[in-house]
Design a protein around this ligand. Structure first.
Ligand code: FES
Length: 69
């Protein structure tokens, strides 16, 4: 979820290690969750992942970063 207005970032555009929110254009570093472009100022959680045989595994129980409030 985008930390700016709680819309799904899964609908955003990914380029390199950056995802851009579709609603107002905030950008986040996919590795850290930190915002890299306005208007968002708060980080989003990140999750440990790995790719095996073309499948993506996400450890959703072990968020590596809590949103910064
Ligand atoms: S809701 Fe994502 S930038 Fe505003």
């Amino acid at each position: 979820m985008c930390s700016h207005a709680e819309v799904p970032l899964s609908e955003g555009d990914v380029e390199g290690c950056t995802i851009e929110c579709w609603l107002h254009g905030s950008q986040f570093d996919l590795r850290t969750g930190k915002p890299t472009g306005p208007p968002a100022t708060e980080a989003v959680p990140t999750y440990e992942t790995r790719i095996s045989d073309g499948d993506v595994y996400v450890a959703v129980q072990t968020a590596t970063q809590e949103p910064v409030k």
